[in-house]
Design a protein around this ligand. Structure first.
Ligand SMILES: Cc1cc2nc3c(=O)[nH]c(=O)nc-3n(C[C@H](O)[C@H](O)[C@H](O)COP(=O)(O)O)c2cc1C
Length: 300
């Protein structure tokens, strides 16, 4: 059961940021929480600023701005910049400012994005800015894994939409790993599930691009042999080899023990390749391999 609450865009966690811009030699900083990722590739960010904000007058298409993410030790400064206007107090005196691409940014913030405003839309009392990421700067002492520092080291200030600031807790798992066991169990319970044509096709195309069977198997949790089977069919018959029609055809082909032994012998003696036999007899690679294995142990 759910109950309906106040209509708020309850998307969380929401990091607190300070946007910075320079105009006619003056620097303006303002606290915002309405900053979001619009796309990773190309890197795009959306920023929402209310019409009444002083900083708004200095934002236009082509302007460069910084989005500075303070850590929790900066909570007092970040909060001050959220209720005092640049009209009343020069907020730039609170920070040490540095420049990148001629754009002012706050040097004590561990992560800074330098953005260029590419588009702008006015809506109600808000202005929405689409921005291209020009630079992503992180403190040089931060240890990074795959270019991204740990969220716990960054220690961002999180806004809860309930008027309170929060702190990030602990690492609780790794992406694409935590659900792996569950996925395996669920698949086991469901029994053999046909993989979709598009999925098989994507994997075969990745194999063409140079992915190894092992990497594909680890990434998608599909047996190595199954992928080999798909790829063999794909190499022989193109996309058609991955179709349902082909799968039914392969499943429907029955062989006597004698025929299986005969095919296995052709492989063992080198008379035929797996590829040739797959094509000639419409048999899957994994079945052929199985027969060869059994024949080698005299169990076929
Ligand atoms: C938690 C929090 C989040 C805020 N987020 C935004 C925001 O996303 N956009 C905005 O225009 N104002 C936001 N504000 C309000 C501005 O920070 C505030 O009005 C500031 O004083 C404006 O400064 P300025 O008028 O000098 O630009 C937020 C305030 C708080 C407390």
């Amino acid at each position: 059961m759910k109950k309906e609450t106040k209509k708020v865009p309850l998307i969380y966690p929401l990091p607190i940021a300070l946007i910075g811009v320079e105009n006619a030699g003056d620097i303006y900083y303002t606290t915002v929480s309405n900053v979001s990722i619009m796309a990773e590739h190309p890197p795009m960010v959306g920023v929402m600023v209310e019409t009444t904000r002083v900083i708004r007058k200095h934002l236009e298409i082509g302007s460069r701005i910084s989005v500075n993410f303070p850590s929790t030790v900066m909570i007092d400064k970040a909060d001050l910049c959220a209720f005092v206007s640049n009209d009343e107090f020069d907020k730039s005196t609170l920070f040490e400012t540095e420049y990148s691409l001629k754009t002012p940014y706050i040097s004590e913030c561990p992560v800074v994005l330098i953005l260029e405003i590419t588009d702008h839309m006015a809506m109600h009392r808000q202005h929405f800015y689409t921005c291209a990421v020009k630079r992503t700067l992180i403190d040089d002492h931060l240890s990074v894994e795959e270019n991204i520092p740990s969220m716990n080291i960054l220690d961002p200030i999180i806004y809860g939409l309930d008027g309170k600031y929060y702190q990030i807790g602990k690492v609780i798992g790794k992406a694409s790993l935590e659900g792996k066991q569950l996925y395996q169990n669920v698949r086991k319970k469901l029994g053999p599930q046909p993989y979709t044509f598009h999925f098989k096709h994507r994997i075969c195309k990745m194999k063409d691009e140079g992915w190894t069977y092992k990497d594909l198997s680890d990434k998608y949790n599909v047996y190595h042999e199954t992928i080999e089977d798909w790829y063999a069919l794909y190499s022989l018959f193109g996309k058609e080899g991955l179709s349902k029609k082909m799968a039914n055809r392969l499943a429907g082909t029955r062989f006597t023990k004698e025929e299986k032994r005969h095919m296995a012998e052709k492989i063992i003696t080198g008379e035929k390749t797996y590829r040739e036999l797959c094509q000639e007899h419409m048999v899957s690679l994994s079945r052929l391999k199985n027969w060869v294995k059994k024949a080698r142990r005299n169990k076929l």
